[in-house]
Design a protein around this ligand. Structure first.
Ligand SMILES: CC(=O)N[C@H]1[C@@H](OP(=O)(O)OP(=O)(O)OC[C@H]2O[C@@H](n3ccc(=O)[nH]c3=O)[C@H](O)[C@@H]2O)O[C@H](CO)[C@@H](O)[C@@H]1O[C@H](C)C(=O)N[C@@H](C)C(=O)N[C@H](CCC(=O)O)C(=O)O
Ligand SMILES: Nc1ncnc2c1ncn2[C@@H]1O[C@H](COP(=O)(O)OP(=O)(O)OP(=O)(O)O)[C@@H](O)[C@H]1O
Length: 513
């Protein structure tokens, strides 16, 4: 699997002088006739012919890497006043902008990679939870319809069969436009993009026009980056302006959805899976099974009944949202209903989301990547409805991310489970004991008499859960499911939640089905 940024294979060269003129940038050069074939803001990703953007960040000023960038083949540098000395010392033409180069990176990248106009149908999803799931449902539906897709999610970037590892949920603008240009070259019919609040705040999707953008929900997360929920909401709202999208499909499953409807600057249709809430599209859950959820989706276009191959009413809501987005993008509802009737489900495989590890004659076991209070609550609700015995939950929180949500995660975990084991996930640079303490405090406050345990080592936590379980119980391990590593004290240690779970089950004599 590739781990480096994807780019178009044969970009048409852009004259630096034309770019400077078009974007009204001051050009300092005695040799302004250079040709640009790429753009990046990461010196380690520079390829020959690139414009390197040296921008100020929280840790570095990118211009300090100008010489490295030029050594790798950068032919020009764009920076701000504070980067000018370093950029000039690198010996290539320098463009100066009065603000951060990040502010114009998207539009520059669109110009250099030719993604300003044309291109495939582009669909974007934002919201606290459900972005990855909805994008993967869109991908599956379009594939079922015989269309060629490209996607960018937290889990992966993919063009047809070519898969690239994701680091950020939404890539930086130069990487995103490179990806879109490559999708265009590959002849994809649709580009499906997950759009984080960080991406909107940091101009990562500038220069991308979404034919349809969707809003899933808003709940507590990322309050390390945003002052409060209002600021976090405002970040998400930017997607629903004419600068970014033509049309919106907005879920009314959280109160924020109503605020998006009120404030959106583009045409909006609504969807809801909450009984009693009026909306253009209505999702009604019909049946919940240990490995799938059946639902009906109704609108003025008609009604379709189908399944998503995962547990959870929230996952049915995401599946309905994906179908509604395709119809609002102009795909015939009857065509979609026909393939769903043919296949019996949206045939998606969700990486790390509510993954069922079936055990023959044993407990149901799920691993899930949810790492917010609402994600815990929703998954626990579905697990509870499928469990005859006890719900045994393993949970943890990550370091270097919103610390305020930890007690709330503990609270939801305690309220939704019968046995709760708090363990370590990705402490990153933080002291894992302090992270556990915060989650435990929320859990014990919510359920003082609850069976709440602390087991630091995740390998031991899953073994304790398995030892506790009887065949009618369910084990849910929430928070880390799709990763192949844990970051501890800045070092990535190989670790697989799924692998560890299967090993623990096998050691205990349970056989994975
Ligand atoms: C808070 C945030 O989003 N920070 C991002 C931002 O960092 P920054 O502005 O501090 O940059 P910096 O590290 O000081 O570096 C400054 C410049 O020097 C460059 N540089 C740096 C070192 C070097 O050797 N060479 C080089 O060129 C960097 O590429 C950058 O252009 O720009 C960096 C370069 O692209 C990103 O790696 C970094 O993401 C960090 C890793 C991150 O963790 N971001 C998370 C919070 C994030 O964006 N998450 C969202 C949402 C997740 C969700 O919904 O759950 C996402 O979309 O992933
Ligand atoms: N519609 C929803 N409402 C509430 N919780 C959800 C919803 N969809 C998914 N979840 C929960 O959130 C978790 C993350 O889902 P998903 O990866 O689809 O969201 P995301 O927005 O991409 O989040 P992230 O980028 O942080 O992983 C799931 O594993 C599940 O626990």
């Amino acid at each position: 699997m590739r781990t480096w940024a994807v780019r178009p294979s044969s970009p048409s060269p852009t004259r630096l002088i034309d770019l400077a003129e078009h974007f009204n940038l001051a050009l300092h050069s005695e040799t302004p006739n250079v040709l640009l074939t790429g753009i990046t803001m990461n010196s380690r990703d520079v390829e020959p012919g690139d414009l390197y953007l040296g921008l100020p960040g929280a840790r570095f000023h990118g211009a300090t890497f100008s010489k490295d960038a030029v050594a790798r083949g950068a032919v020009a540098i764009l920076t701000d006043a504070s980067g000018a000395v370093d950029a000039t010392a690198a010996g290539v033409p320098v463009l100066l902008t009065p603000n951060s180069p990040r502010d114009i990176a998207g539009h520059l990248a669109a110009w250099i990679y030719g993604t300003v106009t044309g291109g495939p149908l582009t669909l974007g999803v934002t919201g606290t939870n459900g972005k990855t799931s909805t994008v993967h449902f869109l991908d599956a539906l379009l594939t079922q319809l015989g269309r060629k897709t490209g996607l960018s999610s937290t889990a992966q970037r993919r063009i047809g069969a070519e898969v690239v590892v994701s680091s950020l949920t939404t890539p930086e603008a130069p990487e995103l436009h490179g990806l879109l240009a490559r999708m265009h070259e590959a002849g994809v019919d649709a580009a499906l993009l997950e759009v984080s609040a960080h991406a909107l705040t940091r101009h990562r999707v500038d220069g991308v026009m979404f034919h349809v953008a969707a809003f899933t929900n808003l709940s507590h997360d990322h309050l390390d980056d945003y002052a409060d929920m209002d600021e976090y909401f405002e970040a998400k709202l930017q997607l629903f302006t004419p600068e970014h999208s033509r049309k919106a499909v907005v879920s009314l499953d959280t109160p924020a959805g109503f605020a998006v409807v009120d404030r959106a600057g583009v045409d909006v249709v609504t969807i809801s899976s909450t009984p009693g809430v009026a909306s253009d599209w209505v999702v009604t859950v019909a049946d919940e099974q240990p490995d799938s959820t059946a639902f009906t989706l109704s609108s003025a276009h008609g009604t379709v009944s189908t399944r998503v191959p995962v547990i959870g009413r929230h996952m049915a809501a995401n599946g309905g949202l994906a179908i509604a987005m395709l119809v609002e993008a102009g795909i015939d509802f009857g065509e979609i209903r026909a393939v769903l009737d043919r296949d019996g489900a949206i045939t998606a495989s969700l990486p790390g989301r509510a993954v069922h590890v079936p055990v023959t004659d044993g407990p149901n076991v799920y691993v899930d990547s949810g790492h917010s209070p609402d994600a815990f609550a929703k998954t626990l609700e579905s697990v509870r409805s499928l469990t005859r015995g006890r719900v045994i939950m393993i949970a943890g929180a990550n370091g270097d991310r919103d610390a305020l949500k930890r007690p709330e995660m503990g609270r939801e975990a305690a309220l939704g489970s019968d046995v709760l084991i708090i363990t370590d996930h990705q402490p990153r640079s933080e002291d894992p004991a302090l992270i556990r303490e915060a989650v435990l405090a929320g859990a014990r406050k919510a359920k003082p008499e609850g069976d709440i345990r602390e087991i630091a080592a995740p390998e031991a936590a899953i073994r304790a859960a398995v030892a506790e379980a009887t065949p009618t119980d369910t084990i849910l391990w929430a928070g880390l499911a799709e990763k192949e590593y844990r970051e501890v004290a800045g070092v990535k240690i190989p670790f697989s939640v799924l692998g560890e779970t299967r090993a623990a089950l096998a050691e205990a004599g349970w056989v994975s089905a």
